[in-house]
Design a protein around this ligand. Structure first.
Ligand code: OXD
Ligand code: MN
Length: 594
């Protein structure tokens, strides 16, 4: 499919190491994809679901020890350790290549190596970047066909250029002890071995579009961010765009596909989804920041997705979707997950994510092992099937940003929303982001961890340098978006969420956009500007009063002071590359808190 000598010689080298029986080039045609689906079904790798109810949909189960990203086994292999920084795991490139070569050696014997040429962004456009992933997994091929733009046209667009990202994936034995997700940013290379879980093996996503791309962005003067992108359409037809960074499994997909509350819908407000996970951002000719979604699909968390929380996501998954680690309803040959509806398949008709018979009557909220679907079970769905997909989705330039929003899952400290004072302070606000952990990564759930810009697991270089890049970018943007922070997850003393969230989050987005247009006042606090309670519209909300909003936007100095100690520790952990400007912002915040 190509004469590109760099591509061909690299494939030869990788094939000599992994020794596949066969090499198959993925051309992006439906015929080839359909044949691969059939093959995956014949071996049990995938199950074809009820094609009347879920046309084009399949179910896959990963190995039980392989259900999430593995941050402890993810490495950034720069020649100097300090360039990877203290937040990333580091291995010397030569050592890592040698170690993994042993794991790859002969690992594809008896298997097929698939060659997937793919593009992040619109093929042939100025801001697209190309990759080739070699994998021995049909599941990976079929997911990549949904998540990225795959095919011969990618190779044509690449031409004779050596500038592509070389990704090698082998399932090997799925051995946890020898699982590695390694990035060589100086070599444009990603090596992943012994996993079959999406975040570890769909190399276009976290590995390329965030870790490698963040490294490239710093070098080339743009930004790769863990952000959704959405457009809010006003009744007059004007659309304003926001990008937002929340840690994994904190509702980016839900916010990106938000359905306006009834009172707004009636007036003609609409929300359009441009992306739900990753934004590539650069400065446009007009001096504004422009964001594009390099992906072509959604790899969303299934549990909790339902007709109330995210009908658009649910509709998106009703065709051409691969479900991973959800419950199989064998009576109907459909799927189910916790939080979908109140009708789980009954014992005898239900297989859980591990492939065992599942008894929904034994479900205990406090015991995750009784779940039918894994808490990090996923759907891989095509963007084109999303009912609220923005008409700018395929615009190679992306969309101009009015606001950047950071957010986390905090029970107490962070108010519903606040605005930073300026870009530098906004960068500080992003750098101190924190969230209670979720099931998207292996490890304990519910522990507060600092997750700057939601990029802690995804920055392909030193976090201190990443902060510096943010500050440097700010100096170059003539017309920068305003930076905000939101927290939908404040709880009362009984642990109940105070803010209704979901579609009602539009009320907060509208305040944010009004601030961007200088159309609404705010109250200055120690941490930034919060809304006057009466400026958050509560019309049509049942349990929310003016006092509720007052509580939600209140800033509790004591809990912030506690947070300061934790932030200092975190900055210390990052080390001496944390820019002086951020230390100054921290000192100023401490002083304002009194
Ligand atoms: C994801 C993640 O899958 O952040 O998007 O883990
Ligand atoms: Mn993500």
């Amino acid at each position: 499919m190509t004469q590109n000598k760099y591509v061909l010689s690299w494939i030869d080298e990788m094939a000599a190491m992994t020794q596949p029986d066969k090499i198959v080039w993925i051309d992006g045609t439906e015929e080839q994809a359909e044949a691969l689906r059939a093959e995956a079904c014949s071996t049990g790798e995938m199950i074809k679901l009820n094609q009347e109810k879920l046309p084009g949909c399949y179910l896959h189960r990963t190995a039980v020890n392989d259900v999430a990203r593995v941050e402890g086994r993810t490495f950034i292999c720069t020649s100097k350790k300090e360039d990877a920084g203290n937040i990333n795991n580091w291995m010397a490139p030569a050592e890592c290549y040698e170690k993994l070569s042993k794991l790859y050696k002969g690992s594809m014997k008896g298997r097929t190596m698939y060659v997937i040429p793919y593009s992040m962004g619109i093929v042939g456009s100025d801001f697209a970047k190309y990759g080739v992933e070699l994998t021995d997994s049909i599941y990976v091929v079929l997911n990549m066909l949904i998540m990225t733009r795959v095919g011969k046209d990618v190779l044509d667009a690449l031409g004779d250029d050596p500038g592509f990202i070389k990704g090698l994936h082998a399932k090997a034995d799925l051995d946890e002890e020898n699982r590695y997700i390694c990035h060589f940013p100086e070599d444009n290379t990603i090596w992943s071995v012994n996993s079959g879980y999406g975040g570890n093996v769909l190399l276009g996503k976290k590995c390329f579009a965030l870790r490698i791309a963040s490294y490239l962005g710093r070098k080339e003067g743009w930004m790769a961010e863990h952000m959704l992108i959405l457009g809010v359409e006003y009744p007059n037809g004007e659309v304003k765009y926001i990008s937002a960074a929340f840690p994994s499994a904190c509702g980016k997909t839900n916010l990106a596909m938000l359905i306006p509350p009834e009172i707004y819908k009636k007036q003609g407000y609409k929300v359009w989804c441009v992306g739900d996970d990753i934004a590539w951002i650069r400065i446009g000719q007009d001096g504004r920041l422009w964001a594009m979604n390099p992906e072509n699909g959604f790899f969303g968390v299934a549990p909790g997705t339902n007709l109330n929380s995210n009908p658009n996501a649910l509709y998106t998954t009703m065709k051409d979707t691969i479900f991973t680690n959800v419950v199989h309803n064998t009576a109907e040959n459909t799927v189910w997950w916790e939080g979908l509806d109140k009708n789980p398949p009954q014992p005898g008709n239900a297989i859980d994510w591990k492939g065992n018979p599942w008894d929904c009557t034994k479900f205990d909220k406090k015991d995750k092992s009784t779940c039918g679907a894994h808490p990090n079970s996923r759907f891989t769905a095509k963007a084109v099937n999303c009912p609220c997909l923005s008409d700018q989705f395929n615009n190679p330039a992306g969309v101009p940003l009015s606001a950047i929003v950071f957010g986390g899952r905090r029970a107490k400290t962070a108010p519903l929303v606040y605005q930073s004072k300026n870009w530098q302070h906004g960068t500080f606000v992003g750098s101190i982001m924190a969230s209670e952990t979720t099931a998207a990564a292996a490890g304990a759930v519910g522990v507060v961890r600092r997750d700057p810009m939601a990029m802690r697991p995804f920055t392909g270089y030193n976090m201190g340098d990443y902060f510096k890049h943010w500050l440097d970018m700010g100096k170059k943007i003539p017309n920068a978006p305003k930076i905000f922070h939101v927290n939908w997850f404040r709880t009362d003393d009984e642990g109940n969420f105070i803010w209704p969230g979901f579609g009602d989050n539009l009320r907060v987005l509208l305040w944010i956009l009004a601030r961007c247009d200088d159309k609404v006042d705010a109250v200055e606090t120690a941490i930034g500007y919060v809304p006057k309670a009466e400026d958050i519209n509560i019309e049509g909300l049942e349990d929310v009063t003016l006092d509720t909003i007052k509580e939600l936007v209140s800033v509790d100095h004591d809990s912030w002071k506690e947070d300061i100690a934790n932030i200092k520790e975190f900055y210390e952990l990052i080390g001496d590359r944390v820019p002086a400007e951020l230390h100054e912002e921290l000192a100023a915040l401490e002083a304002r808190l009194g």
